[in-house]
Write a protein that binds this ligand. Structure first.
Ligand code: ADP
Ligand code: MG
Length: 281
């Protein structure tokens, strides 16, 4: 397309709160055949709130909140940010030997205790308990499963209409790629009109899924917000970051950054891209 048309398309997206880093992205957006979405913070709202804190026998809710929030103070994960925000009124302890285990959670030493926060199979690999069918982080203290914290993780009000509009614009396969559990993913996917779901994925698994799609349904859009989405945003033909609440790593790896906390801007971007290519012909 003529560079002048692309520049004008990019200024139009920019006026709509969408940063398109390079002009060739408009070309790819205008003919996108498939789109993959992360779940937490992308299909669901970027504002999660703590619902319940449930200790195991021998532990208290105060203890779990204090240790989990202390362990999560430096994590950019949306569950971590939401937890720390909820715990703003309590004074946190410093965390040492802090380690973020990609797609699983964090480990840290807090007040001489070994604290683990994240997925059930990460925190309590030996437990026979099934993970809850709601967005939950589990807490371990000194190798004991100590309790869990649940979140209200609402589907974005604009999610269903956005996916419907993408289908109308010719995006035939709309996927969800999530690190969360299958049951939660299926439930949310069904409520918003996702075509295919892949759950329980580590960041490397998200890439493997995208590569399979890249072999057949290009151009492929990937939309995500989290640090764990950054690698797949880089692999997709058009990586789109939800930049309002998302991690810096996601925005840096993306080709397009949406500055408003509004998923429907993905459709706005596709529509402007189509107009632009039309004019450019
Ligand atoms: P999604 O693809 O749904 O955005 P992620 O891949 O970011 O999810 O994370 C998958 C799961 O890993 C989360 O649902 C959570 O259970 C766990 N997890 C990852 N990082 C953290 C963290 N910092 N704190 C708590 N849990 C985490
Ligand atoms: Mg996410």
């Amino acid at each position: 397309a003529a560079p002048v048309a692309l520049v004008s398309g990019m200024s139009r997206t920019s006026r709509n709160g969408i940063v398109v880093k390079t002009g060739d992205m408009l070309e790819k957006l205008s003919t996108a055949k498939s789109a993959a979405f992360d779940k937490t913070g992308t299909i669901t709202s970027g504002q999660l709130t703590v619902n319940q804190i449930v200790p195991q026998p021998g532990f208290t809710a105060e203890q779990i909140l204090h240790l989990a929030a202390s362990a999560e103070q430096n994590s950019s994960h949306i569950l971590a940010r939401s937890l720390v925000k909820y715990a703003h009124a309590i004074s946190l302890s410093p965390a040492t030997q802090l380690e973020e285990v990609t797609g699983n959670g964090v480990t840290a030493t807090i007040d001489q205790q070994q604290v683990k926060v994240g997925k059930l199979k990460f925190v309590a690999p030996a437990t026979t308990d099934k993970p809850l069918a709601t967005t939950t982080i589990y807490v371990g203290i000194d190798d004991q499963y100590a309790g869990y914290i649940t979140f209200i993780d609402n589907v974005r009000p604009e999610a269903a209409a956005t996916l419907q509009a993408l289908h109308t614009e010719g995006v035939q396969n709309v996927m969800m790629l999530t690190g969360d559990q299958q049951a939660i993913a299926d439930h949310i996917a069904e409520s918003v009109g996702i075509d295919t779901v892949a759950a329980d994925l580590l960041p490397a698994d998200k890439i493997a899924h995208l590569k399979a799609v890249l072999a057949s349904e290009r151009p492929v859009i990937m939309v995500g917000d989290g640090v764990n989405d950054a690698p797949s945003l880089a692999v997709a033909d058009v990586g789109i970051a939800m930049g309002a609440h998302g991690s810096t790593a996601a925005s840096e790896s993306a080709d397009v950054v949406i500055l408003k906390d509004d998923l429907s801007r993905v459709v706005t971007a596709v529509r402007i891209a189509k107009d632009t290519m039309q004019v450019a012909k």
